[in-house]
Design a protein around this ligand. Structure first.
Ligand code: TEU
Length: 544
């Protein structure tokens, strides 16, 4: 399968579809919705972790990599899903979390029991004087990154219940190859590797006096060696699609991770463009997004990755991000226009687009009105941290409303019945209140819905080589309201122009005498002499 022509649909199983009525999504629920996914036209589904887990981080804390968590179903359900997908020509991409395990994993339990073999699967260091942690590094979910056991500490870059694995140990790496072998033997040919650029830790552990510690372990010195070995020992023996989630990474490293000559991965997720609404790097702040910076980042990553023959996974949404239509668009007055404009930007770029469940119907942020509605471990940790900083509940509620990962995790809105058709009982996380108007059933009935616009974009990538393989050149870089770029392939040229604001924007298109529209989100263009006038969130792709 040519991943350059493909679009991936991300499923967060616990929030997708609940078939057994326990308020928690499951594999049978996914099976029941495969027709819907087939209709959308995506060629691959990425499932976030479905393995046995205490679910403190919703499955990113894996306790057994080769078993299905009973909340999701059984291995027989998984095999059925796999067979059903195969019949429809939909590939499955599994989420492999190899930077850390759950503290419940038997390796960690054996390590805690003092078994030397398993202690060396993790990163234990003696405590400093007074029982202090070995370094001052900060966990990605808040607080110090070391967990205390007796007179030593173990490293956890994420929650205290997610101890980091020691990739320096060849025996640990062999275990990981065996896990991969298990799923490859089942015929799985797609893998997403969670925070995989954090697996190579430094030789010396020292305090970070200028940051939170990430510079010591991000894109670490042996990470490329580890990925080459993982490739060679496991998925490299088959035709697979692989994507690495790269936290705080660099273009230079992403080129190496994804350039085919390096034999590491097919493509990379990077997140710089999703930090343009962080104040001085602080996610838990509420500021409008910096459009100039967003453009600069998208253009630079597009152009530079192409130069180095790397490959981007392009996306706005996933299970960790607020909903794009609420974040970069206008989810009330310009719901259709801004959702389709944002889709146009990503889907016509050079890269493999990812659609996160519900994005294709314009699902919005949760707009919870109580702190107790939040379930995510990161949000819950930060409620306490923000309180300790002296913030009041209303201020915290406003920050979470914009930033919490739960914005992405509310149940999929299937129809306008109770619980949005997701479940027959109370869902594990509240449904967004707008489900009566925003839902899949009404989107499918309306030929002019966001759903059908996505479907068209997905189909265009399959049919037009220029979208899959063309070059990328930023256009009108200094424009304060428009993001635009040119794709070129042979003698074809496709110009994409998108207005990121409600206000009208104009661009001078006099250099393009003849043009032909490929796709747009208003009925017709407004042209005044040499000027194209773009209405609120208008997007157009035209042959020029
Ligand atoms: O995410 C890694 C990650 O860096 C984000 O969680 C990030 O820290 C957060 O969005 C910033 O606010 C991956 C998974 O996608 C996430 O769901 C897991 O919680 C995390 O790894 C740990 O496995």
């Amino acid at each position: 399968m040519d991943f350059k022509k493909m679009t991936v649909y991300q499923i967060y199983p616990r929030s997708f579809m609940d078939a057994n009525g326990d308020g928690f999504g499951d594999l049978q629920g996914i099976i029941s919705k495969l027709d819907y996914i087939e209709k959308l036209g995506t060629d691959c589904i990425w499932l976030t972790p479905i393995y046995i887990s205490p679910q403190r981080d919703n499955g990113y804390d894996v306790a057994d990599y080769c078993s299905i968590d009973p909340r999701y179903g059984t291995m027989a359900d998984f095999d059925e899903l796999s067979a059903q997908c195969k019949k429809r020509g939909i590939a499955i991409m599994l989420d492999m979390v190899f930077n850390h395990t759950s503290a419940d994993h038997k390796w960690f339990q054996q390590a805690l029991a003092g078994d030397e073999k398993y202690r060396d699967y993790y990163i234990f260091k003696p405590s400093r004087e007074g029982g202090e942690p070995p370094t001052n590094w900060v966990s990605k979910f808040g607080g110090n990154a070391w967990g205390k056991v007796g007179d030593e500490h173990y490293l956890h870059l994420f929650d205290v219940s997610q101890p980091d694995l020691n990739w320096e140990n060849p025996a640990l790496r062999r275990e990981i190859y065996d896990i991969m072998g298990f799923w490859l033997a089942k015929g799985i040919r797609g893998f997403r590797f969670d925070v995989v650029n954090l697996i190579s830790k430094p030789e010396v552990y020292e305090d970070d006096h200028i940051g939170d510690g990430r510079r010591f372990y991000t894109d670490g010195s042996r990470v490329h060696e580890y990925l080459k070995e993982l490739n060679k020992e496991t998925f490299g023996k088959y035709e697979c699609i692989t994507v690495g989630e790269m936290s705080s990474t660099s273009i230079e490293n992403c080129i190496k991770y994804s350039n085919p000559a390096e034999n590491e991965l097919s493509m990379t997720f990077s997140f710089h463009h999703l930090k343009v609404d962080y104040k001085d790097g602080d996610k838990w702040s509420n500021i409008p997004f910096d459009f100039a910076e967003l453009k600069r980042l998208l253009h630079t990553w597009q152009a530079e990755m192409a130069k180095g023959d790397g490959w981007n996974a392009t996306f706005w949404c996933n299970h960790d991000q607020p909903r794009a239509v609420s974040r970069f668009g206008c989810d009330r007055k310009y719901h259709y226009q801004s959702a389709t404009m944002l889709a146009t930007v990503i889907h016509l770029m050079r890269g493999t687009p990812y659609v996160y469940q519900g994005e294709e119907i314009g699902m919005t942020n949760a707009y919870f009105d109580k702190l107790s509605d939040y379930m995510d471990v990161e949000s819950i940790n930060y409620i306490e941290i923000l309180r300790a900083e002296g913030k009041g509940d209303n201020e915290i509620l406003a920050v979470l409303a914009a930033k919490s990962r739960d914005n992405a995790r509310t149940p999929m809105q299937w129809d306008n019945t109770v619980s949005a058709g997701f479940s027959t009982s109370q869902p594990w996380l509240s449904v967004a209140k707008n489900y009566e108007s925003i839902n899949a059933a009404s989107a499918l009935e309306n030929r002019n819905s966001i759903f059908y616009y996505y479907r068209e974009l997905i189909n265009l990538r399959k049919t037009l080589d220029i979208i899959a393989y063309g070059s990328y050149r930023p256009m009108w870089q200094e424009h304060s309201g428009v993001l635009a770029y040119m794709r070129e392939y042979g003698d074809e040229r496709l110009l994409v122009i998108c207005n990121f604001y409600t206000d009208e924007q104009t661009v001078d298109i006099s250099e393009f005498k003849d043009f032909d529209n490929l796709i747009m989100n208003y009925d017709e263009l407004q042209i005044d002499g040499d000027m194209l006038k773009l209405r609120g969130y208008e997007a157009v792709a035209m042959w020029v």
